[in-house]
Ligand binder design. Structure first.
Ligand SMILES: [Zn+2]
Length: 273
């Protein structure tokens, strides 16, 4: 009899429960409750079982004075740093519950940009590469090609990448490109430090740091196209990976609210000049 095979007939496309599946399931749940949160799959990465799609979720806040400012919030380029993706879920839920906090912005959330890494619990992708050293240098990695195309198409005003560092005892961040990034990151670190203290070491991750703020950076990190003008502000926000996950999520959400609020103040000030 063929009954042994019966259960698999309609479920062959359904992946087993993976870390990526749980994260995207949670986002999907939010999108079902709030249809204004739009889901788009950018493409599948990796084979069946351990791979999955890079998915983005977009939400446009109420209109402000001028054009909306478009922010990319990306998590999980290092697969063994799951806090960022869950923090994006919390931040998106907070915005949808209180849309006035997102006035004048369009948010594009990327909960996981390294699906295989997240599912395997590794920093690297399937090819064993640290994707955060591969950008804008002709990389053949599918995640990088897909994200480079996305970043070139979308022309973001600001890019925030979320990370967790298991060698750091506190929060810190990289401010890249425009001076604005520093002006946004400093109060964001202060806001997040209400949950997890910042790392005040003079050197963090091999770079000179001032109260958790680093201006230098590695080459090849996930960033805007080098030729984009004007360049967006770019922030890399790092939580201490050994801190409890709920604390990392809460600290990151505070940082993101802070960046949004400070950026809005800058823009309205500039508009009033
Ligand atoms: Zn990282």
């Amino acid at each position: 009899m063929s009954t042994l095979l019966a259960p698999s007939t309609s479920t062959t496309a359904v992946r087993p429960d993976t870390p990526l599946a749980s994260l995207l399931e949670a986002f999907r749940g939010l999108a079902v409750r709030h249809p204004e949160l739009l889901e788009l799959s950018l493409g599948e990465i990796g084979g069946a079982g351990e791979g999955g799609a890079i998915v983005r979720y977009t939400w446009r806040g109420p209109r402000g004075g001028g054009d909306r400012l478009k922010l990319a919030l990306l998590a999980g380029i290092h697969g063994d740093e799951p806090a960022g993706g869950w923090a994006l879920l919390d931040f998106a839920a907070a915005l949808l519950a209180e849309p006035e906090r997102g006035v004048g912005f369009e948010f594009v959330f990327y909960p996981c940009v390294n699906p295989v890494g997240l599912n395997r619990g590794t920093r690297t992708n399937a090819a064993g590469l640290d994707l955060n050293r591969e950008f804008w240098r002709g990389s053949a990695q599918p995640e990088v090609r897909l994200l480079e195309r996305e970043l070139a198409n979308e022309v973001f005003d600001g890019i925030i990448a979320l990370h967790a560092d298991d060698t750091s005892h506190g929060l810190y961040g990289y401010a890249r490109g425009r001076l604005l990034a520093e002006e946004l990151l400093r109060p964001a670190l202060a806001a997040a430090a209400e949950v997890i203290p910042a790392n005040h070491d003079p050197v963090i991750d091999g770079f000179r740091a001032e109260f958790g703020l680093i201006r230098d950076c590695f080459c090849g990190v996930l960033s805007a196209p080098p030729e984009q003008r004007p360049q967006p502000f770019e922030i890399i926000f790092e939580t201490p990976a050994l801190a409890p996950l709920p604390a990392q999520r809460a600290a990151t959400v505070r940082a993101l609210h802070s960046v949004t609020a400070t950026y809005r103040r800058f823009i309205s000030y500039a508009a009033g000049l």
